[in-house]
Design a binder for this molecule. Sequence first.
Ligand SMILES: [Zn+2]
Length: 213
Amino acid sequence: MKEIFKDIYHIGNSGCSVYLVDTKSNDGLVLIDCGMSLSLIKKISKRALNPMNIKHCILTHFHIDHIGACHDLKQFNKNVKFYAHELDAVAIEEKGHDKETAAKWYGVNYKPIKLSKRLKGELEILRFGTYEFKCIHTPGHTPGSLAILLELEKKILFGQDIHGPIIPGVSDFEDYQDSLKKLLDLKVDILCEGHFGLFQGEEVQKYIKQYIE
Ligand SMILES: [Zn+2]
């Protein structure tokens, strides 16, 4: 577990990278994606952070490697509220969408969870403590993919599956390309990716550009 920026952590990887923001407020801890293992999330106690204080979890999209641990987390801590874009919501909230979630491919029996809010449109802002989590719709990899931007002293982007891939029947290549350009235009200082770790400064633009055709 590593502190990326003040009160912002990369907890580790379980399927995907899982990130955490300590809002130091009544909104407690905010997770960006869940990964596939509750035990990874519980490791935050090593930093004197209490997993029972996780109040919110923003899901970047419906793939199992990002949402697999949601049900276990909810069982463990009833206070957690989940958020995702409405275009990815059904596969997260209902059974029978193993093609979308890729649960079958991973050999996982996905247990659905209820979202507290379905995010809509191009941009929705979730305000937790003094933080504004700008949830930017970046369709392509999945229809309801989100990238989450925090504008602090530095611009920090939780981009997750910027690398794709493009999955036949689920992804849309043109939307994906448009979304990459949108992310490039944000000119962020720190990119927290879902499977390839952290990028800073000029490395961010370089990383995103390599996927633009
Ligand atoms: Zn994905």
